[in-house]
Design a protein around this ligand. Structure first.
Ligand code: ARG
Ligand code: ZN
Length: 442
């Protein structure tokens, strides 16, 4: 190779690597109440400056993680300087991190089809699967366990996908219902995976005494991926704007920004779209915001599907537990989340069972969870599905779980596939405690 060719190649590669290092993550560390308020202002105007918050801080002692497009970072960096905000850069190159994880897949993850015998049910739990794989597997389970598993479809998304799940435990109308969903937020990939793993535990271990006892009294309804449009969108590219998409993919809506320009964006935050103190706290009227609540309660087909299922003749009045899976921060959240110090009348029961569940979870690998309300542990946010399930659908044990990693972890939503099975296993032990609590009330 001539000197000139190698120089050319070198220049090409450096140009490529420079241009891909476009997205970084900064951790902002307030030193005072004034710093905290300044950061809150920044958060309020996030969409005007193309900032994607991964994590918010709840007071001056908490920290914030924000993803910044470095090509468009002047306002942000000036803001930090002018307000003298302390920070550290936690990720230099988000897309680099995403592709590093993609390339790290083990051989077995890359060729799951080699031993994928389609005549018997198989799902590769070592890897993040497509929505198609999830539904294919659930359909195979119905064939494998016709008495125990029933396939359900609770609605259709904006892009026309079916929102599917399974009922496990037969369809006796006298049993209690335990509802589990995951993936209401697109980028939180460990959530659907974990829900799917619960299905695996319940079906493959149905004859073990502990599980048998649960299935005698409870029918589990598991809808692993509530927002399949969003999930598939985040899988479609390593571009951080795409991989870190949170909302559904509902059609474009417009609004004028602070400079009077028309700004149009897709997607509603489904966990702000439920009819519980709609639009009161931790939400936005800006369709471009990550926390846009939508034009009206239940404007979104995915949220409507959950509402209609829980209020249907089939489940109404006999649903005793509702668990919705999110990532990340390792928090076992009970209602309510719309404001601080707001709790349901039976908070004592919910807290006690939540504590016990977190202890059982910790016994598996030592993973620590905080137990508390969404507003007390994270930030006030209204229109959440868990609050609606408690207050409107009148479910007894309601929890929102923020799975791994812990809030201090730098990689946040980009959880390594190696952690998928451990995450699901430990969470399952916590969920079993809630199921036991349902049995105790019968
Ligand atoms: N990260 C979740 C969300 O933003 C959890 C919110 C906790 N619930 C609440 N109502 N504050 O949707
Ligand atoms: Zn979430």
């Amino acid at each position: 190779m001539s000197y000139n060719t190698s120089l050319l190649i070198f220049l090409c590669f450096s140009a490529v690597s420079l241009s891909t290092q476009s997205f970084a993550v900064y951790r902002l560390l307030p030193k005072s109440q004034t710093d905290f308020q300044a950061i809150q202002r920044l958060y309020k105007n996030a969409t005007d400056h193309d900032l994607n918050f991964w994590k918010t801080g709840k007071d001056k002692h908490g920290f914030w993680d924000v993803m910044v497009d470095m090509k468009n970072s002047k306002y942000f960096l000036d803001f930090l300087q002018v307000n003298d905000i302390s920070y550290i850069k936690t990720i230099d190159d988000v897309e680099g991190l995403i592709t590093k994880h993609e390339n790290n897949k083990t051989l077995s993850n890359m060729f799951p089809r080699l031993w994928d015998d389609s005549s018997s049910a198989h799902y590769d739990f070592h890897t993040y699967g497509s929505y198609q794989r999830m539904t294919d597997w659930m359909k195979q389970l119905v064939v494998k366990y016709p008495k125990m598993v029933q396939y359900i479809s609770i609605g259709k998304t904006t892009e026309g996908r079916n929102i599917d799940g399974v009922e496990i435990g037969g369809d006796s109308r006298t049993k209690k219902i335990f509802w589990i969903d995951g993936g209401i937020h697109a980028r939180e990939w460990a959530a659907p995976h974990t829900a799917l793993f619960f299905i695996h535990q319940l079906t493959s271990r149905a004859n073990e005494p502990g599980i048998k006892k649960l299935l005698n009294e409870i029918t589990f309804v598991v809808v692993p991926c509530l927002n399949p449009d969003g999930y598939e969108f985040t899988r479609s590219s390593t571009n951080p704007h795409v991989r870190l998409w949170r909302k559904n993919r509902s059609k474009m809506q417009c609004r004028k920004d602070i400079w009077g320009r028309n700004r149009c964006c897709r997607g509603v935050d489904l966990n702000r779209n439920f009819d519980f103190h709609f639009r009161e706290s931790g939400t936005s009227d800006d369709p471009c915001s990550e926390i846009y609540q939508g034009p009206s309660p239940f404007s979104e087909p995915e949220a409507k599907a959950v509402r209609d299922a829980l209020l249907s003749q089939r489940y109404k009045g006999r649903t005793d537990a509702y668990i919705t899976l999110h990532t990340y921060s390792q928090i076992w959240i009970h209602p309510y989340g719309h404001k601080k110090d707001a709790y349901p009348g039976d908070i004592k029961d919910l807290y006690e069972v939540g504590k016990k569940a977190a202890q059982a979870l910790k016994r598996v690998y030592g993973t620590k969870y905080v137990v508390g309300s969404g507003a007390d542990t994270l930030y006030p946010a209204s229109g959440g599905s868990e609050d609606w399930a408690k207050h409107e659908a009148k479910v007894k044990f309601v929890y929102l779980l923020e799975l791994r990693p812990d809030e201090k972890n730098w990689d946040g939503f980009i959880l390594d596939e190696k952690e998928l099975i451990p995450t699901a296993r430990e969470t399952w032990e916590g969920v079993r405690v809630v199921a036991e609590a349902v049995l105790d009330r019968i």
